[in-house]
Design a protein around this ligand. Structure first.
Ligand code: SF4
Length: 156
């Protein structure tokens, strides 16, 4: 079983109330091979919600108390992001997921890139909060850009 970001299966869970649909991931869900989670909703945040960025580091730093997640209104939403990460890990464990395909660039779901905390649209290398927690607990996280490595064409 694979864990995937809800927004990539077509659910309108993004901060702006839209989805980020990736047809191949929807296929996985329909085949009964994937479960969905939106860490930010699981953390109790509403949809739509102000965009948020990690300030002072990446998701690993948030887990270690060295960085915070701040939304575009200046509100500290770190606790909600941590709760969402924990709930997502709980779900992954419940279904025995050892791999996850999560949305790149998100402060929760990014695996290679996240926004840099300045709200200027600039990205930096780093993982989101949920990705960091999953990886610390032995779950491999890749992004939609790496999907072909996990599922060569025709294997879904
Ligand atoms: Fe998608 Fe993850 Fe953002 Fe939820 S938290 S909308 S699953 S990228």
């Amino acid at each position: 079983m694979i864990l995937i970001s809800s927004c990539m299966a077509g659910l309108a869970t993004r901060y702006d109330g839209n989805d980020a649909y990736v047809p191949a991931l929807d296929q996985l869900v329909r085949a009964g091979k994937a479960v969905l989670a939106c860490p930010e909703q699981l953390g109790g945040l509403p949809t739509p919600r102000p965009p948020a960025e990690i300030v002072g580091g990446d998701g690993y730093d948030v887990l270690d108390g060295k960085a915070r997640v701040i939304d575009a209104n200046g509100r500290d939403v770190t606790a909600a992001f941590l709760k969402g990460a924990e709930q997502t890990l709980k779900l992954a464990r419940a279904v025995g997921a050892k791999q996850a395909v999560l949305k790149e660039n998100s402060p929760s779901c990014g695996s290679s890139f996240i926004y840099d905390g300045t709200f200027r649209g600039e990205k930096q290398s780093g993982a989101g909060v949920t990705t960091a927690l999953l990886e610390r607990n032995g779950i491999q996280v890749i992004s939609e850009a790496e999907l072909a490595h996990l599922f060569p064409e025709g294997s879904i």
